[in-house]
Design a binder for this molecule. Structure first.
Ligand SMILES: Cc1cc2nc3c(=O)[nH]c(=O)nc-3n(C[C@H](O)[C@H](O)[C@H](O)COP(=O)(O)O)c2cc1C
Length: 286
């Protein structure tokens, strides 16, 4: 049996102390061990986990507390499959062709193809089950679609809509609710990833979402079927300025291109479509 010291540390029978994790430690651990999981087991997850994820989402910050989010929870296998097919045939197909406009190494790794017949290469990606890194996300037991109601952004100050600031309070709020949910998912020992929606209309048709409501994000949730890999982030010293902007850290436009080549080199192994994309392949560029 253990007892507790004055500082709150647990004292073990042999006298050693185990310091309890502070709130920050717990939060930091969740933030840094969460990773995007694109290969999820089909096994069901407890219903109360879904409620906990949604509950975390609803506590997000939003401009003037407008709370522009709604959540659509899908478990029916046919509906998940129909949604996936609509997503693949519009959003993913669109991404594939847009990415072919960039130099090979700067394309998103999922769309770096070398074959002569691009249509054929697209079909291979479209019909792929994703190898060891991915599984089609409709196989996840639960898919949460995050919806946005643009009218609720009118809760916020008018300044949010002027001088090129677009309607960013809307998408900022939606991103916040999604981040809350992603952290809650990680804290429950589950996996998920951020499924950006580029073309929403076909998805609305599958889900019966009214015209005035946006389909913002697809969050597939379940137990991970993949080992955790260390995350990749820029060092703090590169991105923190003290008192005034430190111009030695300012990147020229040329530096940015170099940065993107290096970033692809470090992160592309996560996506892995071909052996040529494994670690090391991107190092050739510097
Ligand atoms: C705005 C945004 C868009 C993203 N879009 C996608 C996406 O469409 N598909 C995907 O698999 N991951 C997507 N991601 C996940 C990122 O690729 C991932 O968070 C990043 O590479 C860092 O990896 P980590 O989440 O494993 O730490 C997106 C993340 C954000 C915040």
């Amino acid at each position: 049996m253990s007892h507790t010291s004055l500082e709150g540390a647990a004292i073990m029978p042999n006298g050693s102390k185990i310091k309890p994790e502070s709130d920050y430690d717990v939060l930091y651990r969740i933030m840094t061990t969460r990773m995007s999981v694109r290969r999820i087991r089909p096994d069901p997850i407890p219903e109360e986990y879904v409620e906990k994820i949604l509950e975390a989402g609803r506590w997000a910050m939003s401009g003037a507390n407008g709370q522009p989010w709604e959540y659509l929870v899908i478990k029916d296998p046919k509906r998940k499959r129909d949604l996936y097919d609509a997503f693949q045939d519009t959003s993913t197909e669109f991404c594939f062709w847009m990415e072919q406009m960039r130099p090979f190494e700067l394309r998103h790794p999922a769309f770096q193809v070398k074959g002569d017949d691009l249509k054929d290469e697209w079909q291979k990606i479209r019909n792929s089950t994703g190898g060891q890194q991915r599984r089609p996300w409709h196989e996840a037991p639960v898919v949460i679609v995050v919806l946005g109601d643009g009218r609720r952004q009118w809760a916020t100050v008018n300044a949010a809509f002027t001088f090129g600031r677009h309607a960013s309070h809307f998408t900022d709020g939606l991103a916040n609710t999604c981040t809350h949910m992603q952290l809650a998912i990680a804290s429950l020992g589950l996996g998920s990833h951020w499924g950006t929606v580029h073309v929403q209309e076909p998805l609305k048709r599958v889900l019966g979402v009214p015209d005035l409501i946006d389909v913002y994000l697809i969050i597939s949730v379940g137990f991970a079927d993949i080992e955790r890999k260390p995350g990749v982030r820029r060092d703090l010293k590169e991105l923190v300025h003290r008192e005034t902007y430190d111009m030695s850290k300012f990147m020229s436009n040329e530096d940015i291109i170099d940065y993107l080549y290096k970033l692809r080199g470090k992160t592309m192994f996560r996506y892995h479509l071909k052996d040529s994309l494994l670690p090391g392949a991107g190092d050739k560029k510097g």
